[in-house]
Design a protein around this ligand. Structure first.
Ligand code: ZN
Length: 200
């Protein structure tokens, strides 16, 4: 209880176009689905010409395949669909925008660049694996002799993206390989404070 703390911090939020939040909300629906299936809750949608052409979520546990991230799941759907991808071209995603709840990892960021993604919007940073600046700037700062760079911008529904990951990991602690000894309550508490975005 911090009396006098009710001044509105929302003003500090960057002004974000509502359409981006709408698409990110759709990505968050997929993250919720991942959570419901006990997957690390990351979801995404790909948008082309103002409509969603693919939506997907992480399926790494289900398929026992660490490459089955939401982005690659959706890309598989897009490329295999003859209406969405009528012919094989070098950059099949050049008119397509990605909304994903967590910064793409290095693997996905690289795949997106190779396929010519137009632009990426993400929710929270991926401190351990992020390929759009947090660990490595695969999207732009890493020079590539052929593939064009793309812009990746975070902060869209960032708090929701962080909180759903925490909800997953809080639950995870109670399953897993640990012995059936009740954990101290403190380790199970769902933290709700959101750290400020670290700028690099
Ligand atoms: Zn990934």
């Amino acid at each position: 209880m911090e009396l006098g703390e009710d001044n509105n911090d929302e003003h500090a939020q960057m002004s974000i176009e509502p359409i981006h939040l709408q698409w990110m909300g759709e990505a968050m629906v997929m993250a919720e689905e991942a959570l419901a299936y006990s997957e690390v809750p990351v979801g995404c949608v790909f948008v082309r010409k103002h409509s969603i052409i693919a939506r997907a979520r992480n399926r790494t546990n289900e398929l026992r395949n660490a490459s089955r991230h939401a982005e690659l799941e959706a890309i598989d759907l897009i490329l295999a669909d003859k209406e969405l991808t009528p012919k094989s071209t070098r950059y099949p995603l050049e008119d397509t925008v990605l909304y994903v709840t967590v910064e793409p990892c290095i693997m996905c960021a690289s795949a997106l660049r190779q396929l010519g993604i137009k632009e990426v919007f993400y929710g929270c940073e991926n401190d351990k694996f992020g390929g759009c600046g947090s660990v490595l700037g695969v999207n732009a700062s890493v020079k590539h002799p052929v593939h064009p760079s793309y812009q990746a911008t975070g902060g869209y529904l960032r708090e929701e993206a962080i909180m759903i990951l925490r909800r997953f990991y809080v639950t995870e602690n109670t399953n897993g390989m640990s012995p059936p000894i009740p954990k101290q309550k403190s380790s199970r508490v769902l933290r709700t404070e959101i750290p400020p975005k670290s700028q690099t």
